[in-house]
Design a binder for this molecule. Structure first.
Ligand SMILES: *Cc1c(COP(=O)(O)O)cnc(C)c1O
Length: 376
């Protein structure tokens, strides 16, 4: 009685659903041959901006580069403080360090996993004491749920901070009726294959209403070009999105809203089935998560993960170490009382299989295995 293996993220189910649409879209690019900044790139930018409720979209080579482009366009550099949550992927703080500025770590909330506004206040005091210029805050929409933008924006306004939303995991989500893409001064998105909207390689985008910011990023992604490629008005990057990846994304966009709906159903089934087993992740009022991950907190996490693996259930740990504790980042400043919630999360978070094509029967198997694993 061997049951079929369970996928953590099932990209093949999505591929099956798309049929030969992706192959055809790629073949079209191979035929027209405009591999760099071909027509699919502009078409994709338009659709992403429309769906994200933003005036402009600048696509680029990765989520990381999308964050970097914004900081470069804002001229953030040495002596500047940029506030980042401690529970996030490395990119969020990495780009700050790359432009020579100082990432200042804030703690997160234990139920939503997102930036704690009170900790942001405390981190601002730390940065002031250190004589840093207060420049920007990068809230992260961890696991797909938008951060508390209304609360963070209020603090940002009081201190003259720009808000760059790291929505690498949350494109497709919304908060208070406004889509991800329309919060803050700019929104960064990743199309890494495992993200809710993933391509078949690396890709990213920035959404913004700020025409001047968009213009600067369009220049920076092509070596700081002016009127043409051989007119260099700024130090930039080679950070364009490949036409083939744009074609893949356009095809996937056709089913994306339906996939976001399906993810809601999967998350709801988990929340119901988890009763009496573990605490379901909290979603703040008015938020729609893109459910990039479905993450619970469990005691004896590593033992539970091992027991689940034995029962054929794959899991993942995002993230096993708070970024503020990583060797490359441990020397950077942080909020007054440190990042204890992020550190606790690193010890007990566990992400369960999550994707739009997770059927109820498989979810029941996962929940049954989890029930045994936490009782063991
Ligand atoms: C994936 C991710 C990134 C980076 O995106 P890439 O496309 O892999 O460069 C940045 N921030 C967060 C929170 C992410 O999850």
């Amino acid at each position: 009685m061997t049951a079929s293996p369970i996928a953590f993220i099932d990209l093949q189910a999505q591929r099956k659903r798309l049929g030969d649409a992706v192959d055809q879209a790629i073949a079209k690019v191979l035929d027209h041959g405009r591999f760099i900044m071909g027509p699919e790139v502009a078409e994709l930018e338009k659709r992403l901006a429309d769906m994200g409720g933003a005036r402009h979209c600048v696509s680029c080579s990765s989520g990381t580069d999308s964050l970097l482009l914004v900081l470069m366009a804002w001229d953030i550099g040495p002596g500047d403080a940029v506030f980042v949550p401690a529970m996030t992927f490395a990119s969020t703080a990495e780009v700050v360090a790359l432009v020579g500025a100082t990432p200042v770590f804030c703690d997160v909330l234990g139920d939503t996993f997102n930036m704690d506004p009170a900790s942001l206040e405390s981190a601002i005091a730390t940065a002031k004491d250190a004589g840093l210029n207060l420049k920007a805050v990068i809230p992260v929409d961890l696991f797909g749920q938008p951060a508390d933008y209304p609360a963070i924006q209020k603090i940002a306004d009081a201190h003259g901070l720009k808000v760059l939303a790291d929505s690498a995991q949350s494109y497709g989500g919304a908060l208070a009726g406004k889509p991800v893409g329309s919060w803050g001064d700019a929104t960064s998105v990743s199309f890494f294959p495992a993200k809710p909207l993933g391509c078949y390689g690396d890709g990213g985008a920035v959404l913004t209403d700020d025409a001047e910011l968009a213009q600067r990023m369009r220049s920076l992604r092509v070596h700081g070009q002016g009127s043409n490629k051989y007119d260099n008005v700024a130090i930039g990057l080679n950070a364009r999105l490949d036409t083939i990846q744009a074609a893949v994304l356009l095809t996937k966009l056709d089913i994306f809203e339906d996939e976001i709906d399906k993810r809601q159903a999967v998350a709801a089934r988990y929340a119901e089935g988890l009763a009496g087993i573990a605490t379901a992740p909290a979603v703040i009022d008015g938020a729609i998560s893109a459910w990039a991950q479905y993450t619970i907190r469990v005691t004896n996490r590593d033992a539970v993960a091992a027991a689940l693996k034995e029962r054929g259930v794959p899991t993942a740990i995002y993230y096993p170490v708070a970024l503020s504790d990583q060797p490359a980042y441990a020397h950077y400043p942080r909020a007054g009382n440190g990042t204890p919630v992020s550190q606790a999360l690193a010890g007990d978070v566990l992400s369960l299989p999550m994707h739009p094509y997770l059927d109820a029967a498989t979810q029941d198997r996962i929940l049954a295995a989890l029930k045994e694993a936490v009782a063991a």
